[in-house]
Ligand binder design. Structure first.
Ligand code: AMP
Length: 278
């Protein structure tokens, strides 16, 4: 596996691949890789001839009160996992490579980025994500980009941006990889105490119960409110549990729209998110 830390080294490899008519995919990550990330690499391998994984803990998507400095980092472990997963190139740019001194430009987002979900609780988050993802798309010139449904709103935001700005990349979403008990795999799960880790499965259970009620003809609002109440009773601080149109994240207005249930809640100091289709 090739390791590139600068745009110029990355471009040399990508140009060589282009010369051989190889297509390539990019899998953007913030490192601390788990099986969920590696499934994205596996999906990328099926779609294109060559795979780039990027590891960049993006300062622009963390607010001052968030966990940038304590975000887990394990470069050596990550590189070993990527190589074993069949990744061809790992791109690990330094912050200056992405945001050189004097960098001031950002992308103005709408649609799914303003759905009142993550954007409401992390107001700078998607501006940061869109900026770095746009740069990574441009740096890698990838034909395909693979993202997880785990971050469902992010997947829709990035898809919309790539389409609106003609970034020339096909964005593909991959279903969430879970622990045996249903908890969505996340780099942040390691922050959970033993007791919290046990409690954490309540999120997927609450979502599944709500989905069941809706499939049985129940009102989505009522079902998600009940899910939020049950999580609060269990000690979660709930940011939202919401039923949305699966394609736009708008609040549903008719009974035959495709729905997605999305939740975010804090357990102690750890913020967990999850979502499922109805
Ligand atoms: P992160 O490094 O956590 O920002 O995530 C990088 C990519 O991995 C994003 O596209 C995430 O949606 C995806 N991802 C994270 N956790 C999972 C998971 N459990 N299953 C599938 N994809 C995931």
């Amino acid at each position: 596996m090739i390791i590139a830390r600068t745009l110029s080294d990355l471009r040399d490899v990508v140009n060589a691949w282009r010369g051989e008519d190889f297509s390539h995919a990019v899998v953007p990550t913030m490192g601390a890789l788990h099986e969920g990330h590696l499934m994205l690499v596996a999906a990328a391998r099926e779609k294109t001839d060559r795979v780039i994984a990027t590891i960049f803990v993006n300062p622009k998507q963390f607010a001052a009160n968030e966990d940038l400095s304590r975000y887990p980092r394990d470069e050596e472990g990550d590189l070993a996992k990527l190589e074993a997963a069949g990744c061809d190139l790992a791109y690990l740019p330094a912050p200056d490579e992405i945001y050189p001194p004097g960098f001031v430009t950002s992308i103005s987002l709408g649609g799914p980025a303003k759905a009142g979900l993550e954007d409401k609780f992390r107001p700078h988050f998607f501006d940061g994500v869109a900026t770095v993802v746009a740069k990574l798309f441009i740096h890698t010139a990838a034909d395909v980009a693979i993202f997880g449904e785990k971050d469902y709103q992010q997947l829709l935001v990035v898809t919309q941006m790539a389409r609106d700005l003609d970034l020339g990349v096909e964005v593909v979403g991959i279903p969430t990889i879970r622990e045996e008990d249903g908890l969505a795999k996340s780099s942040r799960n390691r922050y959970l105490s033993k007791h919290e880790r046990h409690q954490a499965t309540a999120i997927i259970r609450a979502l599944e119960q709500a989905a069941e009620k809706i499939r049985g003809g129940g009102d989505p609002q009522t079902a998600t409110k009940a899910a939020a109440r049950s999580l609060t009773t269990l000690g979660f601080e709930v940011d939202y549990v919401s039923a949305r149109n699966a394609e736009t994240l708008a609040v549903p207005v008719s009974a035959d729209e495709p729905l997605r249930l999305l939740a975010a809640a804090r357990l102690g100091k750890t913020r967990l998110i999850d979502n499922i289709p109805v």
